[in-house]
Structures are given as C-alpha cells and as structure tokens.
Ligand binder design. Structure first.
Ligand SMILES: NC(=O)c1ccc[n+]([C@@H]2O[C@H](COP(=O)([O-])OP(=O)(O)OC[C@H]3O[C@@H](n4cnc5c(N)ncnc54)[C@H](O)[C@@H]3O)[C@@H](O)[C@H]2O)c1
Ligand SMILES: O=C(O)C(=O)C[C@@H](O)[C@H](O)[C@H](O)COP(=O)(O)O
Ligand SMILES: [Zn+2]
Length: 368
C-alpha cells in the first residue's frame, strides 16, 4: 500500500492506494466514531462491491444505512441530493454518522456535498472506484451538484476523513471510463510536472490497457500533485485554479450537450487541447508543445475536436464558470509542459480558439 498525505493545516488526511484495500477493516476503523455508517453508492456498483465493503465494516458493529443512487452524471442534482437527505433522516442518521462514498466522481461529489450539509456537516470517507475518482475527484474536498445552467455550480468545500483507493476495483471499469480518468492524469502532468508528462507519453499503451503497475504509479503520482496543490490553496484563491486546466471549455461541452453525453474526462481532454490551442494563439507556447498535448490526448483515446455548439453558445456557457468575474472569462493557459497560469481572455481570442477546435460535423458522442 502507498500513502499520500494531504497536509491541510486544519485537517490532514491520508490517501491510501493499493490493491485489495476495500476489504481492510483497519483502514476504515479509526474514522467511524458514531453508532451508524451510511454507505452511499449507485445501482451499478452496489451489486459489484457493496457486499465486500459491508463485510469489511461488519466487525466494527455499526448500524449500516445503505443508500443506492441512480447511475449517471444526469443524476448529480438536487433530486438525488434530497433523496439522500430523506434516506438519512428516515434512518435517524445523527451527527456522528459517517457517510461512505463508494463510487466514481458523481457518487463522491454528491455524497461529499450531502455530508457538508446534513445537520450542518457530518464526516465522510471517499472510496473511489473509477480511475478519475482515484486520481482527482476523491481528493481535495470539492463537493457539489450540477445545475442545468452550469456544471458544479452548487457545492461546498468539505474534506473527507480518508481516501481509500483500491486499484483492483478498476479491473471492472469500462475502457471508455478508463480513458476519461487518463484525461485528469494528463492534466496533472501538463500543469505541474513535465517529467510526469514525459512518463505518461512513454507509458500510454500500458495505461490504456489498464496495466496494474503503470496505473498504480500514475494514481500515486497524480494524487501527489493534487495533494500538494490543494493543501497550498484549499479554497481556490490562487494556485488551485490551475487544476481547472481544460475545464472552462470542458464544462461548456458537458452542459451544452446535456450532462452525460460526453464524459467529464472526455470533455476535459478535448478542453485541454482547446486551451493549448488558445495558449499557442496567444504566443505562450509553440506549435510543437500544442501538438504533443494533442497527440497524447488522442493516444489516450480521448476526443481532440469539439462539438459544434456555436461560438456564441460556447461563450455564454463559459461565462457560467466559477473563475469568471464580471462576465469576463478567465482561462487556464499553458506556459510550457509542466507549468500553467490563469489569465483573463478576450472574447475574440476565445472565438479564434473555438473556430480552430470545433469540428463542424463532429458526432456528439466521441465514442459513438
Ligand atoms: N470533486 C472534484 O475535485 C472532481 C474532480 C474531477 C471530476 N469531478 C466530477 O466527477 C464526475 C466524473 O466522475 P467519474 O469519471 O468517476 O464518473 P462516474 O462517477 O459517473 O463513474 C463512471 C461510470 O463508471 C461506473 N463505475 C464506477 N466504478 C466502477 C468500477 N470499478 N467498475 C465498473 N463500473 C464502475 C459508474 O457506475 C459510472 O457508470 C463528474 O461529475 C465531475 O464533475 C469532481
Ligand atoms: O480540485 C479541483 O480544484 C479541480 O478543479 C479538479 C477538477 O478536475 C474537477 O473537475 C473540479 O470539480 C472542477 O471544479 P470546478 O470548481 O470548476 O467545478
Ligand atoms: Zn475535472
């Protein structure tokens, strides 16, 4: 087992990474203080992994409340959040009830937000089951839900007690979801660590086929980068915004097509190519750097050309972004591989990047 620590001044916590961690009672035990535990998962994962997690918790003698959500990005919304609150109240969950999120980023984000709100805040544990959740969403305490007008627009910062990432769970992950996770891994290298970016390029075939050693190394290195960034800036007043590389374009794609049409990682993969194109057009990087990023995104089986929503619609969607100020769009741009910056970008520059990135006759589903 490898462990990365997230060293917030107020609340440090470990990310445990390794195969078989789901069954290890002792990893959960220190964090379950109350008399009950709420296991929150979705309809796909419940039959795959809930019994094993329940068996690991059984020796601790807690009352177990199980809440099974519908599966999909389209359900990361108010209705599902309220469903969680209703189930918790019906089961008399109290202030010491720990919520355990067993799932990908959708289950993790909504469970974390439920934990932030229920009785004004209860503890929660992240058990991420997708590559994307293991390398990114389970770490750092951004929790929330989507609004029809904008992605992740309603939420809270609420840190988990611990992250338990069982890499063996990725064996059942569909290849399309694996690729989505690679997008956030590539992002970590692109914004913060050129050596890691080189390593991903070298190992992309192994990562694409889910090679366990390569994947564990990628999870470990990406978590290390994310832990360092979020510990330096928990509430995104500065450097944390760099983790949004590719997301201003990507979130516009997700909201514009309807949540779930493109996976988050697919939209971010394409969004990073768009942000690199913009960075090149603004003279920050050269064409070789832009091409390297685009090639790696393509090699990870992620889309590199954006769907045709129309420039005006893109701009409207991109203005609904937590980095926007007074209607002005702030983007994460590349300085070079391994370094990025936040910059306000004028609409005409964004339109030039959109025109260069959108495929007029693109299919809506990248893998359709
Ligand atoms: N909070 C953050 O910092 C952060 C970071 C990145 C992404 N996100 C959010 O995360 C979400 C995307 O997360 P995701 O990519 O994990 O998608 P997801 O949660 O929708 O999971 C993807 C699919 O894989 C299935 N699945 C999960 N684990 C599986 C397994 N081990 N075996 C078989 N099937 C499995 C799920 O049921 C689902 O159908 C988005 O809502 C995004 O906004 C949040
Ligand atoms: O942790 C962060 O900070 C990130 O930006 C990570 C992103 O990968 C993630 O998609 C996050 O949810 C986006 O945050 P948002 O504030 O733009 O909704
Ligand atoms: Zn993301």
């Amino acid at each position: 087992m490898l462990t990365v620590n997230v060293n917030f001044v107020s609340h440090a916590y470990p990310i445990h990474i390794g195969a078989g961690l789901l069954d290890r009672t002792e990893l959960f035990a220190p964090y379950l203080k109350g008399s009950s535990v709420a296991l929150i998962t979705n309809a796909t994962l419940e039959p795959l992994y809930a019994a094993r997690l329940k068996a690991a918790l059984a020796p601790l003698g807690k009352e177990l409340i199980q809440i099974v959500l519908p599966d999909g990005e389209a359900y990361k919304n108010w209705e599902t959040l309220n469903f969680i609150f209703t189930k918790l109240l019906e089961a008399h969950a109290d202030r010491k009830t720990t919520l355990i999120a067993l799932g990908g980023g959708v289950v993790g984000d909504i469970t974390g937000f439920a934990a932030a709100c229920y009785m004004r805040g209860v503890p929660f544990i992240q058990v991420p089951t997708t590559l994307l959740a293991q390398v990114d969403s389970s770490v750092g305490g951004k929790t929330g839900i989507n609004h029809p007008l904008g992605k992740n627009m309603i939420g809270a910062f609420h840190q988990p007690q611990v992250v338990i990432a069982d890499t063996a769970l990725l064996r059942t992950l569909p290849l399309r979801e694996l690729a989505a996770g690679l997008a956030e891994i590539i992002k970590a290298g692109a914004i913060a660590d050129a050596g890691f970016f080189d390593w991903i390029e070298t190992n992309i075939d192994a990562l694409n086929r889910g090679d366990e050693a390569a994947t564990a190394e990628a999870v470990h290195r990406a978590c290390g980068i994310k832990a360092q960034v979020v510990a330096a800036d928990e509430r995104e007043q500065g450097v944390r915004a760099l983790l949004n590389f590719g997301h201003t374009f990507g979130h516009a794609i997700e909201a514009g097509l309807g949540y779930g049409a493109w996976l988050h990682g697919e939209a971010v993969g394409c969004g990073m190519v768009m942000a690199a194109t913009l960075s090149q057009q603004l003279g920050l990087i050269d064409s070789v750097t832009q091409a390297r990023l685009k090639q790696l995104i393509a090699a990870a089986h992620l889309p590199t050309q954006a769907p045709p929503l129309g420039n005006e619609r893109y701009l409207d969607l991109m203005r609904v972004d937590k980095k926007a100020e007074a209607g002005q769009i702030n983007c994460i741009l590349l300085k070079r591989l391994g370094a990025a910056l936040v910059e306000r970008v004028a609409d005409h520059n964004l339109c030039a990047a959109l025109t260069a990135s959108v495929q007029p006759d693109a299919v809506v589903k990248p893998n359709a």
